[in-house]
Design a protein around this ligand. Structure first.
Ligand code: XMP
Length: 507
């Protein structure tokens, strides 16, 4: 196992994923975690991430010397390199200018570069301001940037290594070779994190041991995480698992029916609750986005609880929590941009234990497990869909008629995106129905109709996103079809904003 100590870098989760892609399990802890937690992790190697601070600040992230001296190989990346230099007795100074973006470095015999095919000049991704000016005693430089600045070093025994650039990002083409050298040559890891049947069997055993003869309840959302959690748990405890699927009236066209068919084909025992009228009644007259989200979140929990009681209560609540949720919730601080809700929110009076079989996995790993479990690729590849559903894409008041317009338009957009072979390469594509009407003309008759906005974004983790340059032919077909087939719509526009400054959803 590799421990990644997070000093606040936006790339920390990417480092963890890259390590896992190479077949080695990794976990993330914050630099200020209690020292017992760092000790307990007991890793084969440690990677210290980058971060936005300067080691020259008094209260900047640091790692206890006990951990750095524990005899385990350590790799410092960017801020991590400066931290190692600083803590082992070298000197770091503010550079005369920041070095940002693609850069070239000259490398020598360093242990990290033995798998780079003998290349002495590497293209890398830099993003830093401070520079290491003097190395700790006996350490040697292993890489330099074109300006002569230090870009890598290692300790006399080769146990401590560091890079000023980011091997984890795609802009460093030999990044995986460098990380492989660290994992396999320096740490001596074996590539056994494969997420095949062995991982699944082990997880099934763990669930059985925990649950015993107890009852498990689970809210299905139609998404990949809850489905994969339910299928694993179903394999573990069979009919002791009861799933609840709530239709809140904000689902996409035919979604309720399609999802239920998939669940049945996976042998899941699902109770379908049609609560759409209740949700629409509760939302009548509400236009403010956060109010909408709050009403939906709270009502969802109430409906779920009622159904769970009707089923006679339960001992365990199964949730599709995945690793990024676990890591992010450890963060604290940070303002609420939007109040995301997934299924649940643990009702206190039900006194259930929590079952989270996917807690250690990233999204792409959940998909891999899903594939081994026999879930159809078509289902596993579905774009993410927010808990409040179309509510956050139907701006203004939520009425059934307006939601239906949105459903029809959205179905056309998705169908054409699939036909064009683009669906799988897009992170999310959808329509939003705007709260503005505009004037049009159809066959000499003036219209005053609805506006649909098309949104398609690419992203790695939804934290940032870029709008996708869809082909004009596709846009043209979609626009024509929507206006022809959804008569209430007379205008189609394209959203060309990235995140930031926009968010992916419109509300
Ligand atoms: P934003 O709009 O914040 O969305 O850029 C980022 C990602 O999160 C999804 N999203 C949600 N998912 N419950 C969810 O489960 C929510 O309330 C929610 N709101 C947004 C969004 O679709 C995108 O993938």
């Amino acid at each position: 196992k590799i421990l990644i100590i997070d000093c606040g870098s936006q790339y920390t989760q990417l480092i963890a994923r890259r390590v896992r892609e190479l077949g080695v399990y990794s976990e993330i802890l914050f630099w200020d975690s209690p020292i017992e937690k760092l000790r307990e992790s007991n890793p084969t190697g440690i990677i210290i991430s980058g971060g936005p601070r300067s080691v020259l600040d008094g209260d900047a992230p640091a790692v206890p010397m006990e951990i750095l001296n524990a005899g385990v190989p350590v790799l410092g990346i960017c801020y991590g390199m400066q931290l190692l230099a600083h803590q082992f007795g070298g000197a770091v100074e503010r550079g005369s200018s920041a070095e940002y973006g693609r850069a070239a470095v000259e490398v020598d015999e360093g242990r990290l570069f033995t798998r780079c095919g003998g290349d002495k000049k590497l293209t890398v991704w830099m993003s830093h301001w401070d520079e290491v000016k003097r190395l700790p005693d006996g350490f040697k430089v292993t890489a330099r940037s074109e300006s002569g600045a230090m870009a890598g070093f290692e300790s006399p025994d080769g146990r401590v290594t560091a890079l000023q650039f980011h091997p984890e990002v795609a802009h460093t083409p030999k990044g995986q070779e460098i990380l492989s050298a660290f994992l396999f040559d320096i740490c001596g890891c074996t590539a056994d994190w494969t997420l095949g049947n062995e991982w699944i069997d082990h997880e099934i055993e763990k669930i059985r041991a925990k649950v015993g003869g107890g009852k498990v309840i689970c809210g299905l959302s139609g998404g990949v995480d809850s489905t994969v959690s339910a299928v694993i748990t179903q394999r573990a405890v069979g009919s002791q698992l009861h799933c609840i699927f709530v239709d809140h009236g904000m689902l996409r066209k035919d979604e309720g029916r399609q999802v239920m068919e998939t669940y049945r084909s996976l042998n899941l025992n699902v109770h379908f609750v049609d609560a759409s009228e209740r949700f629409l009644t509760a939302l009548a007259g509400v236009t403010e986005p956060e109010r909408k989200r709050k009403i939906i979140g709270e009502l969802f929990i109430r409906v779920f609880e009622e159904e769970a009681r009707r089923l006679g209560g339960s001992d365990w609540l199964l949730q599709g929590t995945i690793y990024p949720d676990v890591v992010e919730s450890g963060h604290g601080g940070g303002g609420v941009i939007k109040s995301h809700h997934n299924v649940g929110g643990l009702p206190d009076d039900m006194k259930m234990g929590l079952l989270e079989p996917l807690r250690d996995l990233f999204k792409d790993e959940v998909r891999r497990v899903g594939k081994v479990l026999g879930i159809a690729p078509h289902f596993l590849g579905r774009h993410p869909f927010p808990g409040p559903g179309l509510a956050v894409r139907c701006l203004g008041e939520l009425k059934k008629e307006r939601l239906d317009i949105l459903r029809e338009a959205d179905a056309i957009f998705i169908e054409e995106t699939r036909k064009a072979g683009l669906y799988d390469s897009i992170w999310q594509a959808f329509c939003a129905l705007l709260p503005v009407r505009s004037v049009g003309v159809v066959g000499d008759v003036r219209t005053y109709g609805e506006t649909i906005a098309l949104r398609a974004v690419s992203s790695l983790d939804a934290m940032t996103a870029e709008w996708v340059h869809l082909p004009y032919e596709l846009l043209d077909t979609v626009s024509r079809r929507i206006c022809n087939e959804v008569p209430q719509v007379n205008r189609v526009v394209l959203d060309v904003t990235s995140k930031p400054p926009a968010t992916i959803e419109w509300e």
